[in-house]
Design a binder for this molecule. Structure first.
Ligand code: ADP
Length: 490
């Protein structure tokens, strides 16, 4: 039960710098809350600018060209990464329990996240000794070649919705490239990342390669984004803060920036689809992780011919969705992350009601302790309603009607976001036309969230800059150096 796990969590959590757990310079601490109860789980040392300075200095020493990390064989780097994945697997129950306690996602989904995180680390472990430059037949008889070099000290700022998985997405490519890291977890969910720190040390990473500074965004986060000795910042979070990260990079040292931001992803169901299956795909696309996913399928476009049938199937699925204790095996949905998000989602549900969408099911809070919200469906949603335009980040499905393909693509693209899109149809031409026309970084056909370590993921438009995962994700952490040799003229 939650109480058993709670009793196992160290009540005092520290920063991780140079492979040591240390107090913050200020001595300040902040509470982290169990979203299922609203109670405090632990007090966490609160990092600020002074701590970020210490962590960046450690990362910079670890990146020195003579350091153990820089002089290590690439294959040995890969073995360290595989070791970390092995240790995460060994500790999967403990890590998953901490994740569920701090985040509120179900225990099974926490385990799923950790499995996926190990895959990402192992995928990138394999890259370590396969990072090749080119030889180039340049004019003038120069012998030219490129070297791929790690970008240096990287700052990584992650959100609370997938704490361990976002860490793996960030650490995998950075470590494979040979960078050193200062990571700030979200203030809502610092615990699982700090639990990983002990495994980083046990795996044998040299001091300073991975540093973790929990704390708040405007203080610790901003200090990372502004830091003159941070060569790259990788951020996952809201589009609003994404703007600030880029500005901070621009104002300071022009550090490289990669951003993975919000979304309002369309999932399109055609009349030739198996409607039961389509409803199930759309259900997971939206409700998985309680709707708290940047690529959630939050605009469900359904062809007019099958619209009513689809709404019925969608309602059946939600009627069977169990909301409650995330440690209970039968639970499908735990609490939302915190009071702010709870209020935001409830506010958007109210806007749906007031704007005249049809409330099919749900629409209220669940229980009276913690941040639980009933899974909710709105039908007859119009494009101009707030629930069709704004990222909700909660368990609210908006089902929208469409009539034909041309109109559909225009409407799907009419958003400043462009993270993902999906189509469910038996018509391959239609599917491929949609895939080509939709402005999104990932397009899924007859499925949703088809994300693996091997394929790039990221946003068009205001959903982000750069790609994570796959070979492209690695290149975000590499600089290219061109070396040219003047050869005797021929
Ligand atoms: P969400 O809406 O998912 O909470 P945010 O964009 O607010 O997303 O937060 C994502 C991460 O960005 C968190 O780690 C948060 O602390 C951090 N953050 C928030 N504000 C700033 C800021 N001004 N500078 C740097 N990081 C920030």
């Amino acid at each position: 039960s939650a109480a058993d796990y709670q009793s196992k969590v160290n009540p005092s959590q520290k920063l991780f710098i140079d492979n040591e757990f240390v107090d913050s310079v200020s001595g300040n601490k902040f509470p982290t809350i169990n979203p299922a109860t609203g109670g405090v789980i632990a007090e966490v040392s609160e990092g600020d600018k002074a701590d970020v300075d210490k962590a960046v200095a450690a990362a910079k020493r670890a990146f020195h060209r003579d350091s153990p990390w820089r002089t290590m064989n690439p294959s040995a780097r890969g073995r360290l990464m595989n070791k970390l994945a092995d240790l995460m697997e060994r500790e999967i129950d403990q890590l998953a329990s901490i994740e569920t306690l701090d985040n509120g996602k179900t225990f099974e989904s926490s385990k799923g996240d950790i499995g996926a995180s190990c895959s990402v680390l192992r995928y990138y472990a394999g890259w370590c000794d396969k990072i090749h430059g080119q030889t180039i037949p340049a004019d003038n008889g120069f012998f030219s070649m490129t070297r791929k070099e790690p970008v240096g000290v990287v700052g990584q700022i992650i959100p609370w919705n997938y704490p361990i998985m976002m860490t793996a997405w960030k650490w995998g490519p950075a470590l494979a490239a040979g960078c050193t890291i200062v990571l700030k977890p979200a203030e809502q969910t610092p615990l699982s990342v700090l639990a990983l720190a002990a495994l980083v040390k046990e795996a044998g990473f040299p001091p300073g390669v991975i540093n973790i500074v929990p704390g708040y965004g405007p203080t610790a986060g901003a200090a990372i984004a502004e830091h003159m000795d941070v060569n790259k910042v990788a951020f996952t979070g809201s589009t609003e803060i994404g703007h600030l990260i880029m500005q901070a990079a621009g104002k300071s040292n022009l550090k490289r920036v990669s951003l993975e931001l919000g979304g309002k992803s369309p999932i399109v169901v055609y009349d030739d689809a198996n409607i039961k299956k389509a409803a199930d795909i759309a259900y997971h696309a939206l409700f998985d992780n309680h709707g708290q996913s940047c690529c959630a399928g939050s605009r469900t476009f359904v062809h007019a011919k099958v619209y009513d049938k689809f709404v019925q199937e969608a309602k059946l699925l939600v009627a069977n969705r169990k909301v409650g204790d995330p440690f209970d095996k039968n639970t499908d949905q735990g609490p939302q992350i915190d009071q702010d998000m709870f209020d935001k989602v409830m506010g958007l549900i109210d806007s749906g009601k007031n704007d005249g969408a049809k409330l099919v099911i749900g629409g209220s809070r669940a229980g009276n302790v913690g941040f639980f919200i009933q899974p909710t469906i709105f039908a007859n949603v119009e494009d101009n309603m707030r629930i069709a335009k704004e990222e909700i980040f909660g368990p609210v499905q908006s089902i929208i009607k469409f009539n034909n393909e041309e109109e559909l693509i225009e409407r799907a693209n009419k958003t400043s976001y462009g993270l993902a899109a999906a189509i469910i149809t038996q018509d391959i031409d239609r599917a491929l036309n949609f895939a080509k026309s939709v402005e999104a970084g990932s397009v899924w056909i007859n499925g949703y969230d088809l994300i693996t370590a091997h394929t790039p993921f990221g946003g068009y438009k205001m959903s982000g800059i750069g790609r994570e995962l796959g070979e492209e994700g690695l290149h975000e952490y590499l600089e290219t150096k061109t070396i040219s040799i003047r050869t005797p003229s021929v």
